[in-house]
Design a binder for this molecule. Structure first.
Ligand SMILES: [Zn+2]
Ligand SMILES: [Zn+2]
Length: 601
């Protein structure tokens, strides 16, 4: 991967004699892979110079991809001046975080309204496609892109790019979730731990480092990191190199030198070494394929299309006693047209959650309520609320409280916070859940069921004709490309027979069959796109792109161990007669499972 910095300044372009070496242009980084894929990270004023170079040098293959972290001005102000957007034979794909109200296109068009700029977004000559992103993973040609929400005053995504055997993380603009970590010291937990895992093992991390620790005290809540925090995250995540970026407009070249020197001095002698430097306009870096072990991926949840299930009528349930915090939250919700239901206290909020069906719950962790102790117990017992995956945000008085109670919640809002800040946390909370698929709960008889499954001695055995003939028949009768004999193990579903699918197992958390064995009845999903439980399931949004599913449970004694199921890449309907045929085939599979294992050598 070839990395080229075109803009490294934060907030405001700052050309002048004191910013010559590190540059005055705002955020823009170009990445090119060996196969020629071009990805541009952010469109600050640095984008202008990149556009000039592309126009002069690139005659063929006129296309590229642009990842926008968020639409604050310093990350998009280069767009109206990017000449390749005006050239008809160029093709661009622009990706940015999906908002709640305006579309990405509308937001970008905003800065090109007549009062500000003479050409409208729609009048630019190139073919431009817009994609809205949530947290997750997707593919751009040979590049695997992972996204993660950062902690900023606008909904902002960090990007992790993996290609050519190397990994690059771009994390601007971002503030420590725990303010205690601004010093670079302290235990890394919660959201900061996940941030750390996001950049784990990266060959290069380009990280917001707008402030130093001494400046940070007066900049809390501005949405930016300290140098110390960026270093601590890279160290804990085992990154190889750290490029400090989003330099404060007031930072002179000499001041940047001084910051780098101090950061290096503080790290000298520590193992493994971390190469720290300041991102500079014009700097180019070649990332070579490394032997570094990249972490196993755990999050697979990407939606790259704008036309997926909309966030319809979001509802916020809240019980926050502090009137200032409560009114700030209400103001934030109003700005995004989110309806708010108020409960008298935490106890009542959790008691009514099931009836109200909120998209998000915000609770105060206040002394005057029955207290954080009660909140603690209620959440840990998980009275059904957590089981139904309703995200909970807890408002805390201070950081100590967060550290002390360590509740199993989605996020913390630490007082005082601004409406803008509350708004981004609410948005992130809603989008995170709205775009998730529903994981099936464990069955009522889970342990005995698993024992019955294991007693069969069939898991991980080779394919057998006696099962393959059943899936072959099923695929043929239903005229579908895929049919499975699927057995649901503790963490996975394993396929004794898989017709038309090149996998032997998939995780249980994305399993359709796990839902079927839970209900112990035939499960038919005519169109996964229309079913909120499955619309964002990775098996729907990615290969094998399941649109239709019908599965009939297979029992061993009283326990449901799996299904015989048929799947298609297009939606379809099946009638009662077809369902009963499916059940006949499932009975055949059930019969075979009950037979003693053939003796093999
Ligand atoms: Zn910025
Ligand atoms: Zn910003």
């Amino acid at each position: 991967m070839h990395v080229h910095f075109w803009g490294t300044r934060g907030s405001l372009p700052k050309p002048g004699p004191e910013t010559l070496r590190f540059g005055g242009n705002t955020s823009c980084v170009e990445v090119r892979t060996a196969a020629g894929t071009r990805i541009i990270l952010d469109c600050g004023s640095g984008l202008h110079a990149l556009g000039q170079v592309l126009m002069a040098t690139e005659k063929l293959r006129r296309k590229g991809h642009i990842l926008v972290s968020h639409t604050h001005w310093d990350h998009i102000q280069g767009i109206p001046f990017f000449t390749p957007f005006f050239v008809p034979d160029y093709e661009w794909d622009i990706y940015a975080p999906r908002g709640i109200g305006q579309s990405l296109q509308e937001t970008l068009a905003g800065q090109m309204q007549y009062a500000y700029f003479p050409v409208r977004l729609d009048d630019m000559g190139a073919e431009i496609r817009y994609h809205e992103l949530v947290e997750g993973e997707f593919q751009i040609d040979d590049v695997t892109v992972r996204t993660r929400y950062l902690n900023h005053t606008a909904l902002t995504l960090g990007f992790r790019l993996e290609a050519d055997g190397a990994a690059l993380v771009y994390a601007s603009d971002h503030e420590p979730f725990s303010r205690d970590l601004a010093s670079g010291n302290g235990h890394i937990r919660g959201e900061d731990r996940q941030h750390c895992e996001f950049l784990a093992g990266a060959d290069l991390v380009i990280h917001d480092a707008q402030f130093t620790l001494s400046e940070y005290a007066s900049k809390i809540g501005w949405g930016h990191s300290t140098v110390e925090y960026a270093v601590a995250m890279c160290r804990a995540g085992g990154a190889a190199r750290l490029a400090l970026t989003h330099h404060d407009p007031l930072r002179t070249d000499n001041a940047v030198d001084q910051i780098v020197k101090e950061a290096r001095d503080a790290q000298s002698g520590t193992e493994p070494p971390l190469d720290i430097f300041a991102a500079a306009e014009g700097l180019e870096i070649e990332l070579k394929s490394s032997d570094r072990a990249l972490p196993r991926r755990t999050i697979i949840n990407a939606d790259t299309s704008a036309d997926s299930i909309a966030l319809t009528n979001p509802l916020l349930l809240m019980a926050v006693e502090d009137p200032v915090a409560a009114s700030t939250i209400r103001e934030a919700a109003r700005a995004d047209d989110i309806a708010v239901v108020q409960a008298a206290n935490v106890r009542q909020a959790l008691a009514t959650a099931q009836a109200v069906k909120p998209s998000l719950i915000i609770l105060g962790c206040e002394k005057s309520d029955v207290g954080s102790r009660w909140l603690n117990e209620a959440l840990r017992e998980g009275d059904g609320t957590r089981a139904h995956d309703i995200p909970i945000i807890v408002v805390a008085d201070d950081q100590d409280e967060v550290t002390r109670t360590a509740l199993p919640v989605l996020e913390w809002l630490i007082k005082p916070f601004s409406p803008a800040y509350a708004r981004t946390r609410i948005r992130a909370g809603l989008l995170r859940t709205a775009c998730r698929w529903e994981r099936a709960l464990a069955t009522q008889d889970e342990e005995r069921r698993l024992a019955a499954l294991n007693d069969l001695g069939i898991l991980d055995t080779p394919a057998e004709e006696r099962f393959d003939r059943i899936t072959r028949l099923a695929a043929s009768i239903f005229k579908v490309p895929m049919a499975l004999v699927s057995l649901v193990d503790r963490e996975r579903q394993w396929f004794k027979s898989a017709r038309g699918l090149d996998l032997s197992e998939t995780p249980r958390e994305t399993s359709f069959c796990a839902h079927a064995i839970n209900s112990r009845e035939v499960l038919v999903i005519p169109d996964t796109f229309q079913d909120l439980r499955f619309a964002d399931n990775p098996l729907v949004t990615h290969e094998p792109r399941i649109r239709f599913y019908a599965g009939c449970p297979i029992f061993v004694g009283a326990h449901c161990v799996g299904t015989l199921c048929v799947l298609d890449n297009r939606p379809r309907q099946i009638d009662a007669e077809a369902v009963s045929l499916l059940c006949d085939l499932a009975a055949l599979a059930e019969f075979e499972l009950a037979q003693p294992q053939p003796i093999t050598n």
